[in-house]
Design a protein around this ligand. Structure first.
Ligand SMILES: *Cc1c(COP(=O)(O)O)cnc(C)c1O
Length: 365
């Protein structure tokens, strides 16, 4: 295998970027994941050449052999991070080194090649800068970056592929929730689990999401916003939502979040909030928390808040929980104080409105 290359990005001219007026219209109220920028970045990998051919060029369809192994055996991983506009007008990424590291952890689990962390970060930086005009001019807006990698080798035998493509695309994103973060209602999945011990629950791979769509649709059909998954072995311990980690806030100032035992995605928002909460003097316990206990504690008032967290929505209060055997309300059913305070502290750091003592913010320009 070739040595890890210093990333050398070829810049291809764009024959027809979206006209300025059309772009302005598209980013005025972009929502989430619907609008895409002019460019994409690609890097190829093959067994004999390693990583090669890094290109920043026009965003366009990707030709794929019908036998490409991703289409049959789902060798695909991804990341999600945001470029923010800082208070002083410059652009920044939030802890992109952590996304780079997690990407490689996912790659190892899916038997895919690792991308040097510096190349991952540089790829994100290069695309964000190339598409800087796509930054939405809305309060709370960001440029959401989606790096991903998949197996392109045309081969139907079952083994790790010998050819992959790494891609980064960008999507202008509005404020996930238009006016602050309303509390969501969640449904407890009784018939489905997301991840089993020894499985791929800690990897950010598309397959995990494919498996979560039926229970998520189930939750929506029953009038809820999100699904919460329980552990696969005992169907008792709370794990996480389809794409967000969970925190439980107690009246005595304790915070519980499920531990990273391999069935939960190690969120970077989760990690950041743990540190901020510790700095605030809250008692943190990374330990298992049972669904029955959740209901009892919410009803007795011992538990006062619950929130979910992830890059897309940052922090989302959970107001109500329902399952096959009834429903319960958490606190007032609305956003709680600790939830709001932690959210504000994190957002202030991300936007350069508060000091960044941990070096989480990487300026792009
Ligand atoms: C991405 C993801 C999260 C949140 O991770 P962040 O790094 O905070 O964005 C949580 N759970 C799942 C299943 C995820 O895929």
């Amino acid at each position: 295998m070739a040595d890890a290359p210093i990333i050398d990005i070829a810049r291809l001219p764009h024959p027809a970027p979206v006209p300025g007026a059309t772009r302005q219209q598209a980013i005025a109220d972009p929502g989430f994941g619907k609008v895409f920028t002019d460019h994409m970045l690609t890097i190829e990998w093959s067994e004999d050449r390693g990583w090669h051919d890094a290109q920043l060029g026009p965003r366009q369809p990707i030709p794929l052999d019908p036998a490409a192994s991703v289409l049959h055996y789902a060798q695909e991983i991804f990341e999600g991070l945001k470029a923010y506009r800082l208070a002083d007008g410059s652009m920044a990424l939030f802890r992109p080194d952590r996304n780079a590291r997690r990407f490689n952890e996912s790659a190892r689990r899916l038997a895919m090649p690792e991308l040097p962390e510096a190349a991952f970060v540089e790829a994100c930086r290069a695309l964000a800068l190339a598409d800087r005009d796509w930054f939405p001019p809305v309060d709370g807006g960001s440029l959401y970056l989606r790096p991903f990698m998949f197996a392109t080798e045309a081969f139907l035998g079952v083994r790790p592929a010998k050819q992959y493509k790494f891609v980064v695309i960008a999507s202008p994103a509005g404020n996930y929730f238009k006016s602050g973060a309303p509390a969501v209602s969640i449904w407890v999945a009784a018939d489905h689990t997301r991840a089993a011990p020894g499985g791929t629950g800690a990897a950010k791979c598309g397959g995990n999401y494919a498996a979560s769509l039926v229970p998520q649709a189930d939750a929506i059909a029953r009038g809820h916003d999100q699904v919460v998954f329980l552990d696969a072995a005992e169907r008792r311990w709370i794990e996480e939502l389809g794409g967000m980690n969970l925190f439980f806030v107690f009246a005595d100032g304790t915070l519980i979040t499920p531990p990273l035992t391999g069935t939960i995605l190690p969120g970077i928002t989760r990690d950041s909030l743990l540190l901020l909460a510790r700095e605030e003097g809250l008692t943190i316990r990374e330990e298992r928390y049972a669904i029955d206990q959740w209901r009892d504690d919410a009803e007795s008032g011992r538990l006062v808040e619950t929130f979910a967290c992830g890059t897309a929505a940052v922090v989302t209060p959970v107001g109500r929980v329902a399952g096959e055997d009834g429903a319960f309300t958490i606190g007032s059913g609305g956003p709680g104080q600790t939830t709001q305070r932690l959210r504000e502290r994190l957002v202030a750091i991300q936007r350069g409105a508060a000091p960044d003592p941990h070096g989480w913010v990487m300026r792009l320009d």
